[in-house]
Design a protein around this ligand. Structure first.
Ligand code: SF4
Length: 442
């Protein structure tokens, strides 16, 4: 078996409870599980998208179950391992993949072999619970769905509350794993307690969900809030004073953001270059993009990447869904979009902010300010990718659903959670990210 294209594998999250400390586990387990006010729906439609391009870590019980299923006796798996050691941690295992990045158990009909031969319960834990996610917040645990699944991204299926009995049973069976994390720093070098960090996150949620303003304004307000917070001399402040300051900053942002809409100056060439280098990372996570494990394909991708960063001329077709296009064409206005096209992108931002996933995701070393910029950057990236996939025709809601899948996959993708991506966002933090939001929202 060839090694999968590692560079396009994202880590699929478990429905693990990210808790503030192990000692709080008991307390948190007794909290009510609630659904977000932004109505979320989901059912598995067996599209098989989550079985391609994702790394599935295996727990001890998964290893035992897979071994007991004796796949090595199956003619098809005699010389094909079904699990391999993780490259990052040699002690841990994950499901094996074929050379094209699809799960070793994915059949030609797009179905899971374990599920079809042995039933739902026989599958590894993460495959059973994805895309459901539990996120603890003040006095409650929020049940939400990761939008790396197209059904969740499109809100297709039953209301999430219909899945509560399954989640409760899962917890009762003691299958919920836990991960204790410290509060992320507010900004570089400034550590605060969870209460203060949560207050900042609540404020960000309010800004992103503020229905008095259209989505593009909310994005810019949130970025301005991050900038004001980043520039304020908050380190010597006590938590109470800082809380007051945060309230004041949130009130200031509409006025502080006005000039971006008054002058509508385009982003600089340099900002667009940095932005495109981000955009291509998300493009590689598109569910219809299938990397071919060959050197010629890699060279073609590299060529596309350099042309994108250099910023001129035609881009070759890098397989469906990305057609041949001239870079200049990706800068043209999209015009007024049908609300069904805007909807999945707006819902990604809403659900992510309301559930705090963006701040509690496993982004080692990221500050809250950086995570806010990372979240809002999804908005212009999504609209830039929409220009590309729909080049030469009208964009559709399905285009946006698949783009949202790529954007959410980015949360588990090394190139979009590591130091280089933080550096890119830092380079855009002097007002250029705001200009990119306004520019690509045209
Ligand atoms: S991506 Fe979603 S709908 Fe598709 S198989 Fe996975 S869980 Fe089911």
């Amino acid at each position: 078996m060839n090694k999968p294209g590692r560079e396009v594998m994202y880590r699929r999250e478990a429905m693990e409870l990210t808790i503030r400390s192990v000692t709080q586990l008991k307390e948190i387990m007794s909290l009510p599980i609630v659904i977000l006010p932004t109505t979320e729906k989901w059912d598995c439609h067996q599209c098989g998208i989550c079985c391609r391009g994702s790394l599935i870590p295996l727990y001890d019980e998964d290893l035992a179950r897979l071994r007991s299923q004796k796949w090595e006796e199956h003619p098809e798996f005699r010389n094909t391992p079904v699990m391999v050691r993780n490259q990052s941690s040699k002690k841990a295992f994950r499901l094996a993949h074929r050379a094209d990045g699809s799960c070793v158990f994915l059949s030609d009909q797009g179905l899971c072999r374990i599920h079809s031969e042995l039933g739902f319960e026989a599958k590894p834990t993460i495959c059973r619970v994805f895309p459901l996610q539990l996120v603890p917040r003040n006095g409650k645990v929020v049940l939400t769905a990761r939008r790396a699944c197209p059904s969740a991204a499109a809100d297709r299926g039953q209301l999430l509350k219909q899945h509560l009995p399954f989640v409760q049973q899962f917890i009762r069976d003691g299958r919920l794993s836990t991960k204790a994390i410290e509060p992320p720093p507010l900004k570089a070098g400034e550590q605060r307690n969870w209460k203060t960090v949560e207050f900042v996150l609540e404020t960000v949620s309010h800004l992103l969900l503020d229905e008095r303003f259209p989505p593009v304004r909310r994005m810019v307000h949130t970025l301005q809030f991050a900038n004001l917070l980043s520039n304020a001399k908050t380190k010597p402040m006590e938590d109470k004073k800082l809380t007051e300051l945060i309230k004041t900053l949130a009130q200031l942002v509409p006025d502080e953001s006005k000039h971006f809409f008054d002058d509508r100056r385009p982003p600089s060439g340099y900002a667009r270059m940095v932005f495109r280098s981000m955009g291509i990372e998300f493009a590689r996570l598109h569910p219809q993009f299938r990397p071919i494990p060959s050197w010629s394909h890699r060279i073609q991708l590299l060529n596309t990447f350099f042309r994108l960063v250099r910023g001129g001329g035609p881009l070759p077709e890098i397989q469906p869904p990305f057609p041949q296009v001239r870079l200049e064409q990706l800068e043209l206005p999209l015009g007024l979009l049908d609300p069904s096209i805007d909807y999945p992108l707006a819902r990604l931002i809403e659900a992510t902010s309301a559930s705090y996933i963006y701040a509690l995701a496993d982004r080692k070393g990221w500050s809250v300010v950086e995570s806010i910029r990372g979240l809002v950057s999804l908005f212009p990236v999504g609209l830039w990718l929409l220009r590309w996939v729909s080049h030469g025709r009208n964009p559709t809601a399905e285009d946006m659903v698949h783009i949202v899948v790529s954007l959410d996959r980015g949360q588990g993708f090394a190139s979009l959670t590591g130091p280089l991506h933080r550096f890119r966002l830092q380079m855009l933090s002097s007002g250029e990210l705001e200009r990119l939001v306004v520019w690509y929202a045209r």
